[in-house]
Write a protein that binds this ligand. Structure first.
Ligand code: FAD
Length: 291
C-alpha cells in the first residue's frame, strides 16, 4: 500500500528507519528489532541506501523480506550517487518486482572523502531530478527529505526552501525531516514551508540519543544542532546509561509536544535497535498519544 494513503488515515503515523547491516548477525539483530517493534503497529518502516549504492542488493532484499515476513509496509531509500539513469531504472524494476510501492528519493551525500556532490554522467543532480524521473515513468509513492535547520550545503534557508518546493512540485507525496532536537525548528520550518506553498505532510525525524560521541559525529555531518542545555545534560551524564536516559527523556518530551501539536507522523531513526524507540512509544501510550 502507498504510504501517503496510510498517512491520510493514521495520525500520528509512527515509522522506523533501519540500515542494511554489514553481516548475517546484524541481519538477525535487525529482524529481532522488527519483531520487537511490530506490536506498535508502525505505519511503515524504511531501509536506507548505503553510500554510493554500496548496499543496493541488501536494501532491496531487506525491504522485500520485511514486508513479506512482517506484513509491515516498507519503503526503500534510493540515492543518485554513482548511478546512471539506467542503474536507477534497474533498481526501480527490482523494487516493482519485489512488490515495493514506496521510495524515499534522495540525492545522497558525496562519497566518503569527497566534499562536493558530483552528478554521475547520465545520472541525476538533485533529489528533485530523481523525483521527476520516477514520477514520470513509475507508480511509486514518493517521499523526499527536508531540513528544518537548512541543508548544510545550502547558501541560505530561503534558497534551500525554494529547491524543496521544486522537489515537491516534481512529485513527492510527502516529506521526512532530517533529525532535529528543538521542536521550534520543526514548527517554524513547517510554517515557512506552508508560506512558500509547500502543502505536503511533513513527517518529523526523531533520533533518540543513546551515545554522545555518535550524535556529535552525526550532527557534525548533517547540520543538525544539539541545543546547548541538552548538550550540557548529556555531557554531565557521563555514564552510558545516564546519557541514554537523558537522550530518551528528551525524545519523549519532543514526541509528546509534536503529537500534541498534530504532527502527521514521527519517523524514528532506530539504528536497528528497538529499546529506545520502545521506551518512547510506551511513554506516548501512557499519555494516550500512541495506540
Ligand atoms: P536535494 O533535495 O537535492 O538537496 C541537496 C542540496 O542541494 C540542498 O542544499 C539543496 O538546497 C540543493 N539543491 C537542490 N536542488 C538544487 C538545484 N537545482 N541547484 C542547486 N542546488 C540545489 N543519504 C544516503 O546516502 N542514504 C539514505 O538512505 C539517506 N536517507 C535519508 C533520509 C532522510 C529522512 C534524510 C533527511 C536524509 C537522508 N540521507 C540519506 C541524507 C541525504 O542523502 C543528504 O542529506 C543529501 O546531502 C541531500 O539529499 P536530498 O535528497 O535532500 O538532496
Amino acid at each position: 500500500m502507498k504510504i501517503i494513503e496510510k498517512l491520510h488515515r493514521e495520525s500520528p503515523a509512527f515509522s522506523f528507519e533501519f540500515f542494511p547491516p554489514k553481516d548475517e548477525a546484524g541481519v538477525e539483530q535487525l529482524f529481532q528489532t522488527v519483531r520487537d517493534l511490530a506490536p506498535y503497529k508502525p505505519t511503515y518502516v524504511s531501509v536506507t541506501w548505503g553510500a554510493g549504492g554500496s548496499t543496493r542488493r541488501l536494501t532491496i532484499d531487506l525491504v522485500r523480506r520485511i514486508k513479506k515476513e512482517s506484513g509491515i509496509e516498507a519503503m526503500a531509500h534510493l540515492t543518485c550517487v554513482g548511478a546512471t539513469k539506467e542503474d536507477i531504472a534497474g533498481v526501480l524494476a527490482q523494487l516493482t518486482e519485489a512488490g515495493i510501492e514506496n521510495v524515499l528519493a534522495l540525492r545522497g551525500d558525496p562519497p566518503r572523502g569527497e566534499s562536493k556532490f558530483v552528478k554521475t554522467e547520465g545520472g541525476f543532480g538533485s533529489g528533485a531530478e530523481l523525483v521527476r524521473f520516477i514520477r514520470g515513468g513509475y507508480d511509486f509513492c514518493l517521499g523526499g527529505a527536508c531540513y528544518p535547520e537548512t541543508h548544510p550545503e545550502a547558501t541560505d534557508a530561503e534558497t534551500d526552501l525554494g529547491y524543496l518546493k521544486e522537489k515537491t512540485q516534481a512529485g513527492t507525496d510527502f516529506l521526512v525531516t532530517q533529525l532535529f532536537f528543538d521542536n521550534r525548528d520543526y514548527f517554524s520550518f513547517v510554517e515557512r514551508a506552508r508560506k512558500v506553498g509547500i502543502t505536503q505532510k511533513i513527517v518529523a525525524g526523531i533520533w533518540p540519543i543513546t551515545n554522545l560521541a555518535q550524535i556529535k559525529r552525526i550532527t557534525g555531518m548533517c547540520g543538525a544542532t544539539i541545543p546547548p542545555d541538552l548538550l550540557a545534560k548529556l555531557e554531565n551524564a557521563k555514564e552510558p546509561d545516564a546519557v541514554r536516559a537523558v537522550g530518551v527523556a528528551h525524545a519523549i518530551a519532543q514526541c509528546r509536544e509534536l503529537v500534541a501539536h498534530g504532527v502527521p507522523g514521527i519517523h524514528f531513526y532506530t539504528l536497528n535497535r528497538s529499546h529506545a524507540t520502545v521506551d518512547i512509544l510506551e511513554a506516548l501510550r501512557k499519555s494516550g498519544q500512541a495506540a
